[in-house]
Design a protein. Structure first.
Length: 174
C-alpha cells in the first residue's frame, strides 16, 4: 500500500515541477501591459482644445494633468503618469469646490468625491459643473489617498468662432 502511494506522489510532484513554472510564465505573459508608458500617451489632437496643462500638480506622484474642451461643450481630464505608479489599483477622483482643511487632511476619501476611473492613459469626462476642485489619486488596495492637487479650470473656451465677411461671429463661408 505504501509503495503505490509513494509512486503516485512522485509522479504528481514531477508533474507539478513541470507544469507550475509553465503556468506561472503564462500568467505573467497574460498580464495587461503597463498603462503608464509614455509611448501610449493620450493623443491631444483627438481630444479637443487644451485648456489646462499641469505637469507639477501632484507632489508624490510624477504625472501630467491635462484638461480638454471638447467640441460638444464637455470637458475631459487626462492624467498621464511619467513613470510607473507602484500601486496598480490607483483610482482618480474629482472633488468639486474648495475642500475644508479637515477634508484635505483625512486619510480616506472626502464625501462628495466623484470617481472618474482607474489611472490609465485615457481621458475621463469631468462633471459639467467642474471649474475648480481637487484631483485625488486613491489606492483602493491600501485604502489611502496617494496624492491630491488643486486644479482651476477656465470657465469658458478661449476659442471663438471665426468671423464671417461682415465681421460678425459665425461660420466662415470658405
Amino acid at each position: 500500500m505504501i509503495a503505490p502511494l509513494r509512486r503516485r506522489h512522485f509522479h504528481m510532484f514531477v508533474m507539478l515541477a513541470v507544469l507550475l513554472p509553465v503556468a506561472v510564465a503564462l500568467a505573467i505573459g497574460a498580464r495587461p501591459g503597463d498603462s503608464s508608458r509614455a509611448s501610449e500617451a493620450v493623443e491631444s489632437e483627438s481630444l479637443g482644445q487644451l485648456l489646462v496643462e499641469r505637469p507639477d500638480l501632484f507632489s508624490t506622484v510624477d504625472a501630467s494633468v491635462r484638461v480638454f474642451d471638447t467640441s460638444n461643450g464637455g470637458r475631459l481630464l487626462a492624467v498621464t503618469p511619467s513613470a510607473a505608479v507602484r500601486t496598480p489599483d490607483t483610482l482618480i477622483y474629482w472633488l468639486s469646490g474648495t475642500p475644508s482643511a479637515d477634508a484635505a487632511a483625512a486619510d480616506g476619501l472626502p464625501s462628495g468625491a466623484r470617481l472618474l476611473g482607474p489611472l490609465r492613459n485615457t481621458a475621463y469626462p469631468l462633471p459639467s459643473e467642474a471649474t475648480n476642485g481637487r484631483i485625488i489619486l486613491y489606492s483602493l488596495g491600501h485604502q489611502e489617498v496617494l496624492d491630491q492637487g488643486a486644479l482651476t479650470i477656465p470657465a469658458g473656451s478661449s476659442v471663438e468662432p471665426p468671423a464671417n465677411e461682415d465681421g460678425a461671429p459665425g461660420e466662415n463661408p470658405s
